[in-house]
Design a protein around this ligand. Structure first.
Ligand SMILES: Nc1ncnc2c1ncn2[C@@H]1O[C@H](COP(=O)(O)OP(=O)(O)OP(=O)(O)O)[C@@H](O)[C@H]1O
Ligand SMILES: [Mg+2]
Length: 296
């Protein structure tokens, strides 16, 4: 689903590459955490996938598309196939929750009829069925991030990438957002999340890729834990079902093995089908057919 082959990227004026010979493969339906110190190259790696930045060398193939051969005019269309969530939500402040999600569908060319049917289902999925008529400044940070996630998944992308989606949230809300991303992954979407949050990484025990100075120094394919060292064993960070605790390392949330195998089968049938009437906006609403503007 996501393939990077010997990818190197150095920004002009920088002394060292932001990404240095990075190769990785993420299979369809994987949930992957990307961790590393500030400046390690996490956001740059995500920008390679969204084609916001181009590599100096190496190959990138996303969902079978070789990004070397994506023409400039095809980039907006390509980006619409990937859901993107940011730390600071990037919502349209003058639009309601409903309209923020609708806008993403509108620029993807969906008819108003389809939009009216789809948005309530997506808001239901993210737990905001009753907030459609609110404006972003009337929502909590966690709710705003849910809107941002709703907008990112509305077009049912095969890949969802999230750059520090919990960075501005309190501990409990962080967990709720990660649980939501996990739910989206359970429905069949490949999810790649960057984070500095040790506790959520250790709670989920998914694949954890660690970057250091632009290089992958660890790829724990299963039951990964948060660690910034260079034990590139490609294996679990667990021993006898318990996280390996390194000297000086705190694991803020001990995890029991029973939490591992709770994932439901990926199935479209599991998607909610509730129909909810479109809520009325409390402020004047702009028409849906606003000229194209990139949302993701
Ligand atoms: N637009 C840019 N121009 C020049 N250098 C950049 C640019 N963006 C990133 N860099 C540099 O590339 C390196 C990697 O940055 P990147 O933003 O990918 O790190 P990160 O792992 O996402 O860090 P953080 O955890 O702080 O978000 C850093 O040394 C940074 O200074
Ligand atoms: Mg970053």
């Amino acid at each position: 689903m996501i393939l990077l082959d010997h990818v190197t990227k150095q920004y002009p004026g920088d002394k060292r590459p932001a990404l240095d010979d990075v190769s990785l493969h993420i299979a369809p339906n994987e949930f992957v955490f990307l961790v590393g110190k500030s400046g390690a190259g996490k956001s740059t790696l995500l920008k390679m996938i969204t084609k916001e930045e181009a590599p100096d060398s190496g190959k990138i193939i996303i969902g079978g598309i070789d990004l070397d051969y994506t023409r400039k005019k095809d980039i907006p269309n390509y980006r619409r196939r990937i859901g993107v969530v940011f730390q600071d939500y990037k919502l349209l402040p003058a639009r309601t929750v409903f309209e923020n999600v609708a806008f993403a569908l509108e620029i993807a060319g969906m008819s108003n009829y389809e939009i009216e049917k789809t948005v309530p289902k997506v808001l239901e999925l993210v737990g905001l069925a009753d907030k459609g008529s609110k404006f972003p400044d009337q929502l909590s940070g966690g709710e705003q991030q849910r809107v941002s996630i709703a907008r990112a998944i509305a077009r049912q992308p095969k890949v969802l990438i999230a750059d520090e989606p919990t960075g501005n949230l309190d501990v409990l809300t962080r967990q709720e957002i990660i649980d939501l991303l996990k739910k989206i992954n359970d429905y069949g979407t490949t999810v790649l999340v960057t984070t500095h949050d040790e506790s959520i990484v250790n709670h989920l025990m998914k694949r954890v890729i660690t970057l250091k100075d632009g290089k992958i120094v660890s790829d724990q394919k299963q039951h990964g834990i948060y660690r910034l060292d260079s034990d590139n064993d490609g294996m679990s960070g667990f021993h006898n079902g318990r996280p390996i605790r390194k000297p000086g390392q705190s694991l803020s949330r001990p995890v029991r093995p029973a939490q591992v195998a709770t994932r439901p089968a990926a199935s479209n049938a599991a998607r909610p089908t509730a129909k909810i009437a479109r809520p009325a906006a409390t402020r004047s609403r702009k028409p849906l057919n606003t000229p194209g503007r990139r949302v993701i």
